[in-house]
Design a protein around this ligand. Sequence first.
Ligand code: PEP
Length: 256
Amino acid sequence: MNKSVRKAVIAGNWKMNKTRPEAKELISSLVPLVKDAGCEVVICVPFTNLETAVALTEGTNIKVGAQNCHFEKSGAFTGEVSADMLMELGVEYVVLGHSERRQYFGETDETVNKRTRAALSAGLKPIVCVGELLWERECGITEEVIARQIKLDFFGISKDELLSCIIAYEPVWAIGTGKTATAEQAEEVCAFIRATLAKLYDSETAEAVTVQYGGSMNAANAAELLSKPDVDGGLIGGASLKANDFSVIVGAATNG
Ligand code: PEP
């Protein structure tokens, strides 16, 4: 199967940035800049901006995502938000297993798996992040780490459900560091993810799954990364906070 049959998705991860007035300004600037995008455009905003983002993107080609959700439907989980709550707001995507959640908030492959299942059951499209630490790359175990994460994060998830998921390959050493993986490194691991999925599911399913690269992708390096055959889009942190930069990346995916 050819890359062009897969859905290219450029998703912005705003992390813990933007008050509501700032979010309104950024979204208003972004809407006209990406209106002719040839790829799916998603903005994953803080919980406090979800309602604003859904309202401001109505009738546009921009989709809205959250940055996490809990695996229980409701209950005594102070500070958490359920997948149903996100669906009810009109949210379509949810980032799960981001390395910052794993590093600072004790997220494990087991909880990523539970959150992914809950998100799918509610009808959300999970963007599941995997990636190795610098130390793991230096020890030569990148593929072992990625295969383990894929096996655990997608345990019990059916073929049909997998097709509603996006996988974001985010080498931890490249996130927010300005240190980008080379296009060859990104391609190598994205292709490995697809090969792992082919073993766990089948090659037709693996060929249909969108695999993004994330890690200091920006307006200057996006075109090269996105030109690679197994890199179907990007999860963009810092560069998604500037409408112009983000729209250049969207343009690179459209052309890539
Ligand atoms: C991210 O937050 O997923 C990310 C890739 O961040 P950055 O682009 O800033 O490295």
